[in-house]
Design a protein around this ligand. Structure first.
Ligand code: SF4
Length: 323
């Protein structure tokens, strides 16, 4: 499968079957903490990056190959900004017609200022947009957006969506030490959240390899400060643990590449998953992965992460096949 992956354990969504509607890396932001490498170039063009029928055919197949209880949510998430796919609304409606499972959309929220995007996302059961900054200067520093998606549009779009949307609106705030975890920065974020009125605020910290090497998660004090300033509906969401499902692809290597393209894995997590699916073949699979030229190893916080080769981390040169 090329566009559907997992289920993978998710911090909020249990075992989540992922649908990735855009190729790596299609985004109108270039966040300093992005786990998918740099966005080169930034794009704000909405189009059918992947034929929508092909995506739905894979969703059908994935749903048919899992028994009830193996999937908790079907989630649009992936190699960039989900709402840049021109048929995101059609895709959500199709998935809703195929399953009774709840559907979530992870988005940076930057296009919600457009009425058509708000309409397209309305059938989803949960929408999880981002708000990492409470002013335009910090937004540009942290999220490094395309010039068309301004801070004013972001906050205005989220607030307008809240007024119309009947599902769960869970705003994500990714904390980066020294950037948005100070008292004044958090007070400004809280003011923007007051305007938006989400159902919940999820405080996240980078736990996958951030693109920029200098990005650090907040310390305990920063997390406590965020929890206190962002109010009662805010909670710290810790990294999920659980099993990654590798059964949805032709080969083990394909399945791993399918996951790490959207979700880089810590080496021990990958080894544990491989031991479960293919005991006795872990070393061979890791070697095959590296030799295939489809995966790369990124080191952050003293930890080795496996990521897809095309992801651009500044200190790593692109790999050539078989090296
Ligand atoms: S974190 Fe999300 S919004 Fe930010 S650059 Fe990465 S894919 Fe785009």
């Amino acid at each position: 499968m090329k566009f559907v992956f997992g289920p993978v354990p998710s911090r909020r969504l249990g075992q989540s079957l992922g649908i990735d509607p855009v190729p790596l890396k299609t985004c109108n932001w270039n966040c300093v903490y992005c786990q998918l490498g740099r966005t080169i170039p930034l794009t704000n063009e909405r189009r059918e990056y992947i034929p929508r029928e092909e995506i739905i055919a894979e969703v059908n197949q994935a749903l048919a190959s899992h028994t009830p209880g193996e999937i908790d949510w079907v989630t649009f998430v992936g190699s960039g900004e989900t709402t840049l796919h021109a048929s995101i609304g059609w895709l959500i409606r199709q998935v809703k017609s195929l399953t009774h499972l709840p559907v979530a959309v992870i988005t940076n929220g930057s296009l919600l200022y457009l009425p058509e995007i708000r309409r397209e996302l309305s059938p989803a059961d949960a929408v999880l947009p981002s708000l990492d900054a409470g002013n335009a200067r910090l937004y540009r520093k942290l999220n490094r957006p395309h010039p068309e998606v301004s801070f004013k549009r972001l906050v205005g779009g989220l607030a307008a969506f809240r007024k119309e949307y009947q599902g769960k609106l869970w705003v994500e705030v990714m904390l980066v030490r020294g950037l948005n975890d100070s008292g004044p920065a958090l007070i400004e974020i809280a003011a923007a959240l007051k305007e938006i009125q989400p159902d919940e605020v999820h405080i996240l910290q980078p736990d996958r390899p951030p693109v920029e090497t200098w990005v650090q998660p907040p310390d305990e004090e920063g997390l406590l400060r965020a929890r206190a300033i962002l109010g009662n509906i805010a909670r710290v969401v810790h990294p999920a643990s659980g099993s990654f499902d590798l059964s949805c692809a032709k080969s083990l290597v394909d399945a791993v590449v399918g996951i790490i393209t959207r979700h880089p894995m810590r080496e021990e997590e990958l080894v544990e998953t491989l031991e479960h699916f293919s005991p006795g073949e872990v070393n061979e699979t890791l070697t095959e992965l590296e030799m295939s030229g489809r995966a790369q190893i990124v080191e952050r916080y003293g930890t080795r992460f496996w990521s897809a080769s095309p992801a651009r981390y500044p200190e790593l040169k692109p790999k050539t096949k078989g090296v």
